[in-house]
Design a protein around this ligand. Structure first.
Ligand code: GLN
Ligand code: ZN
Length: 744
């Protein structure tokens, strides 16, 4: 069998988030393990049946996961750390404990999967890890499909990417040292899959779409030479999506693997080495975005490979994990937007149509269908003219020193000023009010009153605790991007288009379908109401342009930089309105600035230029005495410190949960010259930090940052915590700041 037409992976949470619901009910002990397994089996069967009925030639299996496919791989090869086995739980509960942690066994670390908004669990490997074939999930699922009469291609995370995504459990250990053991285990698995009847296996090596060292590239070659030499095995399809495989492609070309998948959406592959013995799987349907494919252009891309490959198959550019299931259920989208979209199910149909055209040639009906005119994106001349007229001056504020002086005159803040990141706990009352507004059991007026009561309560609490700079608490924000998308023209929201972010957590990214503009102020009423309740400054609270882009589906018909500039102008106008309403501090959150950083170093400078430029465009209209804050949600501060400096925010608060000391070193050595608040309270944990603990952190911090520029704050928003933890933690934080202030 040839591959013909395929997809490299499929959503797994269920078209109605059935898996999320079942897993969460299992955690709440409302269903038991067999019930949960039944839901999972049903979802798998539905996926395979749907893909077969759609007409794909090769159907992936083992794309299902209860939580995360990297964790599945760790379990499969015996790499669940001992602390989870020591809990003495069932295999399923051991697996889930590694994902979520228990009191005596903290969870595996979670981090971003390449440049996507999916998060994986980081395997911990060390000299004592003995990698071996310890499970049979891919075999069981292959078998399960076969029982249904569906022949599938098991998908595995590739051995080298698995090791490169892992972290050493002790200093000086290199996970790649485990390659040979791991390859032996993969070889055994390939043998078993072959014995079961699997003709093809897919191995994903997306780590090679990023820059790699010679040693890492050599490991890739060694891995596929060895796996290729396994005598009784399925044919191997190796993928390396999210970008260009670069020199990894030449290496793979020399190995015995039978097929290589190229992501022809993220990369152009102008020169493809001769792959005459191999199948090239042409990834021409975008696996990560929601737009309909230009079938003629996609067909031309696939056809162009015919000369250099033994055979050409058609596929999505990546797994479809990052797109929603089905456009057909979205009945409330505007027709002009809807006509331009394709979700997972529609993309499968596109692959099938492309495959038919590639094999049987293009007939009149196909050509007519492919030439169908799509509606044009929403166009706004005014916004376009504004973007076109921008100059560097629009992105520059007066000198920091002058601004800092003007702000100090206006705000008169003490050294080690205390504040929070924005959100306060989202209580059941708040969620209920939002839900009641949505299903119209609460009217606008009633909703407004409940939100205002909540804001008043949060302001009073902060005053009583003694914080210096207050927030309104963000009770009205369902989500930090969705909230703004609902106000802005050029954005569409969906009803069911959920995608997995991590584990059972799903997000519903808005779709930017045209020119972005702001018909009316978005946050001013909440902010000015909050400010009216206190003589202390209350921060206006906005989400930055890069984060809005990162957590939306973006246009692919114009550079991201242009879309970012349009969003930035909307935020710039919002800041002007906040200033007019008497707000003296505006925080513009950019937790996703690091997330979109391109995988290849050569592409990073231009990304940082437009992304930092967009932030500056959003904020540089502020008068010198308006203090601009930003908040960043990651601790690899050192890596992007120059970009953070270029943001030119007056104050930067940063997540420092994992390594507070590392951040201080970065701050000292980089000479970061503006206000900075390294988080001193890890909000990701229910633990309440003691006053002494915060005091000693602050004592270390004043050593690295002059007290006048040092801010004291938690390391992220408080929305996921409860008041029982938040109140004492904030009291300790304020008491510690006062103690250290007294020593200055
Ligand atoms: N202002 C937001 C909050 O406090 C920031 C959230 C974030 O960094 N992700 O919730
Ligand atoms: Zn944060």
């Amino acid at each position: 069998m040839t591959i013909g037409t395929t997809v490299l992976g499929y959503p797994r949470i269920g078209p109605r988030r059935e898996l999320k619901r079942a897993v969460e009910r299992y955690w709440a002990a409302k269903i038991d393990a067999p019930d949960l397994q039944e839901v999972a089996r049903d979802l798998r069967a539905r996926t395979w049946t749907e893909l077969r009925d759609a007409g794909l030639d090769s159907i992936p299996s083992n794309t299902f996961s209860f939580y995360d496919h990297v964790l599945d791989t760790a379990e499969l090869f015996g790499a669940i750390p001992r602390r989870f086995h020591d809990l003495d739980l069932s295999p399923l509960n051991t697996y889930l404990a590694a994902a979520r942690g228990r009191d005596s066994a903290p969870a595996l670390e979670m981090t971003k999967w390449f440049d996507t908004n999916y998060h994986y669990l980081v395997p911990e490997l060390g000299p004592d890890t003995s990698l071996r074939l310890a499970g049979d999930k891919p075999v069981v699922e292959y078998h399960e499909a076969r029982e249904l009469g569906i022949e599938t291609r098991p998908v595995l995370l590739g051995p080298v990417t698995f090791l490169l995504l892992s972290k050493p459990d002790q200093n000086g250990f290199d996970p790649l040292d485990l390659l040979d053991d791991l390859l032996a285990a993969y070889a055994e698995l390939l043998g078993r899959l072959h014995a079961e009847g699997a003709e093809w296996v897919q191995l994903d090596e997306p780590a090679f779409a990023a820059d790699r060292t010679d040693a890492e590239l050599a490991a890739l070659g060694r891995a596929y030479d060895l796996l290729g030499a396994v005598p009784e095995r399925p044919k191997l399809l190796v993928t390396g999506y999210y970008g260009d495989l670069g020199s990894a492609l030449e290496i793979l070309a020399t190995t015995p693997v039978e097929a290589i998948a190229l992501d022809l959406v993220s990369a152009s592959y102008d020169t493809v080495p001769a792959l005459r013995e191999k199948t090239v799987v042409a990834g021409v349907v975008d696996g990560r975005n929601v737009w309909r494919t230009d079938l003629r252009a996609a067909l031309a891309k696939a056809a162009a490979l015919i000369g250099s490959a033994g055979e050409v198959a058609v596929s999505t550019s990546s797994t479809l994990l990052h797109v929603p299931y089905d456009l057909d259920v979205e009945t409330r989208l505007e027709p002009e937007v809807r006509a331009r979209l394709a979700f997972a199910r529609q993309k499968v149909a596109e692959v099938v149509r492309l495959g038919a055209a590639l094999n049987k040639g293009v007939d009149g009906a196909w050509a007519d269908g492919a030439a169908e005119e799509l509606p044009a994106p929403l166009h706004n001349d005014e916004v376009r003219a504004r973007v076109a007229a921008l100059t560097e001056a629009d992105r520059v504020r007066p000198l920091y020193a002058d601004r800092a002086a003007a702000q100090q005159r206006r705000l008169n803040l003490p050294p080690l000023a205390t504040t929070t990141i924005g959100s306060f706990p989202q209580t059941t009352e708040i969620r209920t009010a939002r839900a009641e507004l949505r299903n119209e059991t609460l009217d606008e007026g009633g909703y407004l009153k409940r939100m205002r009561d909540e804001i008043a309560r949060v302001i009073a609490l902060q005053e009583e605790i003694g914080l210096d700079v207050l927030v309104h608490g963000e009770p009205e924000r369902n989500d930090m991007v969705q909230y703004f998308a609902d106000f802005l023209d050029g954005f569409a929201s969906t009803e069911f288009a959920w995608v997995q972010s991590y584990g059972s957590r799903c997000v519903r990214p808005p779709i930017i379908h045209g020119d972005v503009s702001r018909p009316k102020p978005m946050t001013v009423d909440w902010a000015s109401y909050a400010q009216s309740l206190s003589v202390k400054p209350v921060k206006g609270m906005l989400t930055g342009p890069v984060t809005i882009l990162a957590w939306s589906f973006v246009r692919d018909d114009q550079p991201l930089a242009d879309t970012a500039a349009q969003v930035a102008l909307a935020l710039r106008d919002e800041i002007a309105d906040l200033e007019a309403a008497g707000i003296s501090i505006v925080q513009v959150d950019e937790p996703a600035l690091r997330e979109l950083l391109p995988l290849r170093t050569v592409d990073q400078a231009s990304y940082l230029e437009w992304s930092v430029g967009a932030f500056r465009l959003a904020t540089a209209g502020a008068v010198p005495s308006t203090q601009i804050h930003t908040h960043l949600c990651y601790s690899e501060f050192g890596e992007v410190i120059n970009a953070i400096d270029d943001l030119d925010a007056d104050v930067t608060t940063i997540e420092a949960a994992r390594s507070k000391m590392e951040i201080l070193t970065d701050l000292r050595t980089s000479g970061f010259g503006r206000g900075v608040g390294p988080g001193v309270y890890d909000i990701h944990s229910p633990r309440v930090p003691g006053e002494d603990e915060v005091t000693s952190l602050l004592t270390a911090a004043v050593d690295a940052v002059p007290a006048a520029r040092l801010w004291v704050n938690p390391d992220c928003g408080l929305k996921t915590r409860g008041y029982a933890e938040v109140e004492p933690a904030l009291r300790n934080l304020v008491a510690a700041a006062r103690r250290v202030r007294a020593t200055l």
